[in-house]
Write a protein that binds this ligand. Structure first.
Ligand SMILES: CCCCCCC/C=C/C(=O)SCCNC(=O)CCNC(=O)[C@H](O)C(C)(C)COP(=O)(O)OP(=O)(O)OC[C@H]1O[C@@H](n2cnc3c(N)ncnc32)[C@H](O)[C@@H]1OP(=O)(O)O
Ligand SMILES: NC(=O)C1=CN([C@@H]2O[C@H](COP(=O)(O)OP(=O)(O)OC[C@H]3O[C@@H](n4cnc5c(N)ncnc54)[C@H](OP(=O)(O)O)[C@@H]3O)[C@@H](O)[C@H]2O)C=CC1
Length: 353
């Protein structure tokens, strides 16, 4: 039986839309491709390795058959570092689907190394992959389609910023969401004491971000900071073309087989858990959920923003407070969702109105 694919968004939301997802055959990109397909979008997946692309496309085209003769998933070999290949990717997309609505710049990566050992060639490879490649994809999407028709772009970067706990505390006191307050009337001064201590919940806070580095990944940290800034610049430059552009910054903790394989040590990701307040790793579906939200009309007024998805890991480094081990932040995953929607006998639960 094939693994479940789902979304918290409405089915059919992206019917008739076309997306390009770089790195769309593996890891986080694969989850994004699947969720987009589930929501009705046609998807072009682009990366360097033809075999992984064609295997993924064949499987997904079986699972999401097209109503017309055109496959819903089109694999296109493209090294985003190469300008001519990026231009070709846009051409192939327009030939096959006739338009482009969404661009997800997910393809990227790096190798760990002390900065002192990075050769110029290695530095350039990482900058070209993560920064120049993203720029080329945005520029060519703009030139070939978005400039005239508008569109939405999401860039996947990485978390390289840290909070400033003692400064942010002042703001946190004031910025408690209505949803948190609505859950129960406060018995003591904060919603944490009133309800959320036992039941969990959601609070929106503004923190004072301080830029920090990414040790052993200095080339990638510099490139991702560049993409964060590029996202902001383009959100202003291209607003009058109807283009929204946002970024998401996953913590260094989103487990996928391909991501782990890149680092040799299979336990490397697990070692991060003590420093993640959520006390678990994230999964690709949790990145995909935010990407699909940012592409959707629900984010119509959000542009130039970078959303961190890291279980608060980026805020924890400087804290004197040890987060106790816990399991109070269960993962969102398509498997869990499917199980939660079944009765004890395994039948789908009846919809409640
Ligand atoms: C400290 C551990 C922290 C763990 C963090 C975990 C969080 C996870 C974050 C993620 O991003 S997961 C995603 C993982 N996936 C990838 O990174 C895949 C994509 N990455 C790559 O393809 C490569 O890393 C690349 C360098 C971006 C591109 O490689 P490519 O083979 O195309 O480059 P070349 O042009 O052939 O090589 C250029 C040059 O780069 C140097 N180099 C490449 N790999 C390494 C390496 N493993 N170690 C040291 N140096 C490397 C080297 O100088 C290459 O030149 P030559 O020596 O080959 O001439
Ligand atoms: N997993 C994590 O914890 C984190 C991941 N990220 C970022 O999220 C994104 C997805 O990573 P993840 O899914 O975890 O790992 P993967 O290794 O599975 O994804 C990387 C993808 O990028 C593609 N890619 C790499 N270089 C190029 C290139 N030059 N041109 C086109 N495609 C390219 C790869 O395909 P191919 O090799 O075939 O080209 C692959 O599909 C990456 O940008 C990663 O750096 C950021 C922070 C944390």
């Amino acid at each position: 039986m094939s693994s479940p694919i789902s979304s918290v968004l409405r089915k059919g939301l992206f019917q008739g839309k076309v997306a390009i997802v770089t790195g769309g055959a593996t890891g986080i990109g694969s989850a994004i491709t699947k969720e987009l397909l589930f929501l009705g979008c046609d998807v072009v997946i682009a990366a360097r390795k033809a075999d992984r692309l064609s295997t993924a496309a064949a499987e997904l085209n079986r699972r999401f058959p097209a109503e017309n003769k055109k496959d819903r998933v089109l694999p296109v070999v493209c090294n985003i570092r190469k300008e001519d290949e990026v231009k070709h990717l846009m051409q192939r997309t327009l030939e096959h689907f006739g338009k482009i609505d969404y661009l997800v710049n997910n393809g990227g990566g790096q190798f760990p190394s002390p900065a002192s050992d990075i050769s110029l060639k290695g530095w350039n490879a990482v900058i070209e992959t993560n920064l120049t490649g993203t720029f080329l994809m945005c520029r060519e999407a703009y030139a070939s389609w978005f400039g005239e028709h508008g569109g939405a772009i999401v860039n996947i970067i990485a978390d390289f910023f840290k909070g400033f706990p003692f400064m942010s505390y002042v703001l946190r006191c004031f910025l408690v969401t209505y949803s948190a307050l609505a859950m129960a009337p406060p018995k003591r001064s904060s919603p944490y004491h009133a309800y959320m201590k036992d039941h969990g919940g959601a609070i929106v806070t503004i923190v004072t971000d301080m830029w920090k580095g990414w040790a052993m990944m200095s080339h990638s940290g510099a490139a991702r900071a560049g993409v964060d800034n590029l996202t902001k610049s383009l959100s202003i430059e291209w607003a009058n073309h109807g283009i929204r552009i946002n970024a998401v910054a996953p913590g260094s903790s989103i487990f996928s087989e391909t991501a782990a394989a890149n680092y040799g040590d299979p336990q490397l990701f697990q070692k991060a858990i003590p420093r993640i307040p959520a006390k678990r790793l994230g999964n690709p579906e949790e990145i995909s959920a935010t990407v699909c939200f940012l592409l959707s009309p629900a984010a119509a007024f959000i542009t130039g923003e970078t959303v961190k998805i890291d279980g608060a890991a980026s805020l924890y480094a400087q804290s004197h407070w040890e987060v106790p081990d816990h399991n109070k932040m269960p993962a969102y995953s398509w498997k869990n969702e499917e199980e939660a929607n079944r009765d004890d006998d395994g039948a789908p639960k009846k919809a409640k109105i």
